[in-house]
Structures are given as structure tokens and as C-alpha cells.
Ligand binder design. Sequence first.
Ligand SMILES: Cc1cc2nc3c(=O)[nH]c(=O)nc-3n(C[C@H](O)[C@H](O)[C@H](O)COP(=O)(O)OP(=O)(O)OC[C@H]3O[C@@H](n4cnc5c(N)ncnc54)[C@H](O)[C@@H]3O)c2cc1C
Length: 313
Amino acid sequence: MTFVSLLGRLNATNYVGIGVFMGLQGYYAPNSVDEVISLLLEAANESQLAKLLAGGTDVLVQMHSGLNKPDVLVNLKKIKETNRLEINDREIYIGAAIPSAQMQEYQNLKTLLPGLLEAADLIGSTQVQGRATICGNLCNASPAGDSIPALIAAGAVCDIANKDGGRQLQVEDFVVGVGQNALEPGEFLLGVSVPTPSSTKKDAYLRFIPRTEMDIAVAGAGVAIAFEDNKCVEARIAIGAVAPTARLVERAGEALVGHEISDETIENAVAACREAASPISDKRGTAAYRKKVVGVLIKRAIKIAESRVREAA
Ligand SMILES: Cc1cc2nc3c(=O)[nH]c(=O)nc-3n(C[C@H](O)[C@H](O)[C@H](O)COP(=O)(O)OP(=O)(O)OC[C@H]3O[C@@H](n4cnc5c(N)ncnc54)[C@H](O)[C@@H]3O)c2cc1C
């Protein structure tokens, strides 16, 4: 069975084929947050591995290759809260079931968070984006997950559901290791909330891959900056694919805040990012190469975010 046919089956009502093929003991598509929590707690009590299913573009591939063998799969697509995409003056809320393709249909989202939207638009192909969610990308916790540095730069907060009424966690604290997130048993990610940026704040995301598309980032750079009277008043800078987790580089932001953007301030931010990077060497590039590339991307992303602010003024 190919990945494409698996995705096709998810749109059908009969999931028996997947269950048999994957060795699942249970597949559920609940309608409420409480039901999801109960299913997760029940599985934990019975020492079963439960996995959430959003778009399935990671989890099904991992099951297919034997990397992941859940006993129970819980689909999040039928829950009202996970399908919420709301934009108001205070926050932008993106529910856990919203695929990248749906995000791209909101022109005001593109205007407010162009960097996050370009990160989501880099995930896989058009077909993959029809299912892939940024929350799935975040929960999968790959060091190279494209949406993660962009979410960190945008100041996104994880809205976590649990039996005690939920909790909030900054995205930079959510991914705790390669493939590991901060969710406890019985918890899942309901969505992410981003403070609505003012018109003088813009973001940008860039990644480098050895091919032209459909590859894993060698390095990624997420930047969000705000200006007042030509001076940078806020800057969040995050790096991806150059450490076990995407990282917020506070010193890079500090290098910009209080100054006009100049070659010197950008170089200071770049130096901070290179210092914060602790990449591996693999077939996509050596550690030294990744450090070099992440600096180049940060420099370009700062300039793009800055030009977006100027264009919006
Ligand atoms: C061909 C192809 C190309 C790809 N290209 C890229 C790329 O360029 N960049 C990139 O970053 N990724 C890429 N990916 C990986 C994948 O598409 C993304 O990570 C995607 O965003 C995952 O989202 P999903 O909704 O499909 O997650 P799923 O596969 O549904 O879930 C991913 C993981 O997160 C867990 N999970 C999902 N939602 C929740 C939740 N709400 N709460 C708790 N846990 C949850 C699942 O149990 C699973 O472990 C690619 C994948 C494919 C197949």
C-alpha cells in the first residue's frame, strides 16, 4: 500500500483496511475534546501506545515503515475546537486539524503572518499540504520541522487540552528533544495561538535544502521583528535543523532591539545564531556548513522581514 492510497483511505468511512494492515487494536474519530482525553487516558492506563492523527503525513508514514507502532489511533478531524481558525485583534488561533492548504486560503493570515504561511507552504507537495497541519509538524518534533522556527519567531503558544482544563506553553518549550514533545499522558495539542502582530511587525521564514523541493531542511531561519520610528523595538529569532530542537536565540533578538537595522546589527544577530547552533554532520552537510548556512539564512530573513514592515507602512 502506498502513502497516497493510505491518505485516500482516510477520507473514506471504512478504516478497517488500515487497522488490519497496521496492526491497530483501535481506531477512533471522536467528536469532542473530552472523548479524546478519555481515550488517551484509557490507553495510558492499559499501557497501550496511543497516537493522535491530524493529517497523518508523518504518523502514517512512520507506521507504514515500522518506525511507529501505535495500538490506538485517535483522529482529531471531527472535533469543533481543532477545526477552529480565528483571527481577531488580540490573537490568531489555528486549530490542530487545520491543514496548511486551508491556512493559505486566508489572505489576512498571509498579510499578518507571511513567515508562518511560507513555512507551512514549504511542507511537502500540494497534495501533502492538503492534509499536513502545523500542529502535527510541531508534535512530530523533528529538528528540521519547518513550521517550528516560524512559530517560535511569531511568539506562538501551544493550547494543550487535558482533564484539568488545559494549559499553555510557549512553542520554544514544547519540543524537548528529537521526536519528543512536552505532552503528558492524557494531553494533546488543541491548537496554537499567536498574538496578532501590529502593522509594524512582520515575520519571515527561510530554509535551505539540497534539492529544489520535497527535502528536509539543512538549516532554517524564523524571524519576526517590529519597528517604531525606524528602530527595532521587538525581535524574535529562531533557528531550525541545526540543533536537536529548533531554538529561540534570545541574544540574536537583543542584538537588533533598540537599533536601526544595519550590517553591523545583523552581523551580531548572525553571530549569536551561529553560536547557538549545535548541528550534526550528515549526508546533507557538515556541522560547519550548517552553521555557515544558518547565518546566511538569518541575515536574509531579517532583511525580508524588515522590507515587509516598510512595505506595510
Ligand atoms: C512527502 C512528504 C514531504 C514532507 N515534507 C516536509 C517538509 O518539507 N517539511 C517538514 O517540516 N515536514 C515535511 N513532511 C512531514 C509532514 O508532512 C509534516 O511534519 C506535517 O506537518 C505533519 O502534520 P500532520 O498533520 O500530517 O501530522 P500527523 O502525521 O497527523 O502527526 C504527526 C505526529 O504528531 C502527533 N500529533 C498530531 N497532531 C497532534 C495533536 N494535536 N496533539 C498531539 N499530538 C499530535 C501524531 O500522533 C504524530 O506523532 C513531509 C512529509 C511527506 C510525506
